[in-house]
Design a protein around this ligand. Structure first.
Ligand SMILES: C[S@@+](CC[C@H](N)C(=O)[O-])C[C@H]1O[C@@H](n2cnc3c(N)ncnc32)[C@H](O)[C@@H]1O
Length: 230
């Protein structure tokens, strides 16, 4: 039975509210992404990068600081995009109100990297995401994903925030196993290059992360599109 203390909110309504605290709260998953993004992404100098579900733009800011040439972010929450717009230089970035479940308005083979972080749990089916990622990547390009770990999700954890009245608000969240991600990626033509798991013993500025000691909380997948010549 549903917990009456937890309010259910839609994705757009939820993120339009959550944006008020998103960049300041201690959220172990968000912090782990921020702390590991640069290393897992590798060199981005001169590259074109697209992030689906870019939220407040915190990842895109970091990527531009690492030397990327241009970043494009899509999100369905106006509130999150407004925060991102305030942070990013429009000379090197573009932000669009766009549902990633509809055809992405970008040309085939136009990006070096597709980034996605903590947004796929809101999609019932992830096949289309991987198909579009494959389409927009240049040959040899890569996709880097960060998601709530399926084990953590099975324990009842999902995207949520406390609203201004202190009420816990829960967003729609769907379970995806590692195999779900991998199968969708393979069918779209992407190859798994690497996979990382993060648990509560990682070094992090998140004080809350310690609560989860040996529980895998976050998973990251690095996928590659074949180089035509390889
Ligand atoms: C947990 S936030 C992650 C934001 C950012 N990627 C980060 O790592 O901080 C998830 C974001 O995905 C966006 N989102 C959810 N479903 C989406 C969809 N179908 N299309 C585009 N954006 C979506 C939400 O509005 C929200 O900004």
């Amino acid at each position: 039975m549903d917990d009456p203390k937890i309010k259910k909110v839609g994705v757009i309504e939820g993120y339009d509210q959550w944006v008020k605290t998103y960049d300041s709260e201690d959220n172990p998953l968000i912090f782990l992404v921020e702390e590991n993004l640069g290393e897992l992404l590798g060199a981005v100098k001169g590259q074109k990068i697209i992030e689906l579900g870019c939220g407040t733009g915190r990842n895109l800011v970091q990527i531009l600081n690492l030397g990327a040439q241009f970043v494009l972010g899509f999100d369905i929450s106006d509130g999150m995009l407004a925060r991102a717009r305030a942070k990013l230089n429009p000379k090197f970035s573009k932000l669009l109100l766009q549902d990633m479940q509809s055809t992405w308005p970008v040309q085939d083979e136009s990006f070096d990297v597709v980034l996605e972080s903590l947004a796929l749990e809101h999609l019932a089916n992830v096949d289309f995401f991987f198909q579009e990622a494959h389409r927009v990547l240049k040959p040899g390009g890569k996709a880097l994903l960060f998601e709530i770990h399926p084990i953590f999700h099975r324990q009842g954890k999902a995207a949520h925030y406390d609203d201004e009245n202190g009420t816990k608000s829960q967003l729609p969240s769907f379970h995806h196993s590692v195999e779900d991600y991998h199968q969708s990626a393979i069918q779209a033509g992407l190859k798994l290059e690497n996979l990382w798991e993060f648990n509560g013993r990682e070094q992090s500025k998140s004080a809350k992360l310690e609560l989860y000691k040996d529980t895998p909380v976050l998973i990251s997948l690095l996928l590659k599109k074949d180089n035509r010549n390889s």
